[in-house]
Design a binder for this molecule. Structure first.
Ligand SMILES: [Zn+2]
Length: 249
């Protein structure tokens, strides 16, 4: 047991130093997510010690859990209305899913009672529909009565007004609270014994331990194993980088 702990400690001190250097030098590349490093270390430690691996370590991919703060997805048309003709989103930070990024650009969302949320982050690249994802706390503050939907199913949802530096964009629909979900590739779906559209549970440990039910499974070959919960959910379980999380069928 001491062996395992010393391996972990050594690895994490190196990883923390690399992370710190990256931050100090503002290197635009990202180091692997902590859960990814943990998964590598766990697998290699069990292999080295010749011990049988627990189930979490047997998975081919680590489980990464991220909190999605309120954000929006926009069409290129909406981006141009808000930021000017020909404007292209620029990358502020790459996200864990390949090709997805938080843009430098933000907008102001105006709610039904003229209350606003400023600095609403746009996630890129542009999509074929406009969608604003809020936590219930955000929605209540703004005066929106938002339905819970899976991403992309926005029929009959409330709309809103977006304000950018160069103009406005009126959304007729698309303001939702996103259904908590897990992205996974077909090999992960096989490991967990689930299919696209199923629901799983996620057990969260730590002092605010709780289990989330109704975790929508989204399977695509391009997806990396990652759970998305919103800020209300993340705060409810006090999700921290070292909080243990486990997916259950
Ligand atoms: Zn997601």
């Amino acid at each position: 047991m001491e062996d395992i702990e010393s391996y972990f400690l050594t690895f994490f001190s190196i990883w923390k130093i690399v992370d710190l250097i990256n931050k100090l030098m503002s290197i635009p590349t990202t180091i692997p997510h902590r859960a990814v490093v943990e998964h590598w270390v766990r697998q290699s430690v069990y292999q080295r010690l010749g011990k049988s691996m627990p189930r979490v370590a047997q998975a081919s991919n680590p489980l990464v859990v991220n909190v999605s703060a309120r954000h929006c997805h926009l069409t290129q048309e909406a981006v141009e209305a808000l930021f000017g003709p020909g404007h292209q989103l620029s990358v502020h930070k790459w996200l864990y899913q390949d090709g997805q990024f938080a843009a430098k650009e933000t907008v102001t969302l105006v709610g039904p009672r003229s209350r606003v949320i400023s600095n609403l982050r746009i996630l890129g690249p542009c999509r074929t529909l406009n969608q604003v994802e809020l936590a219930y706390t955000d929605a209540i503050a703004l005066g929106f009565d938002v339905p819970m939907r899976s991403s992309g199913s926005i029929e009959g949802t409330p709309g809103g007004m977006l304000m950018g530096p160069k103009g406005f964009f009126e959304m007729n629909e698309g303001v939702i609270r996103a259904l908590r979900h897990v992205h996974m590739a077909p090999e992960d779906a096989k490991f967990y014994g689930v299919s696209q559209g199923d629901f799983m549970k996620m057990k969260v440990g730590g002092p605010c331990a709780m289990t989330f039910d109704e975790m929508l499974v989204r399977v695509d070959p391009s997806f990396k194993l990652e759970v998305h919960i919103d800020t209300d959910e993340g705060n409810a379980c006090n999700l921290l980088p070292n909080t243990p999380c486990e997916l259950l069928k």
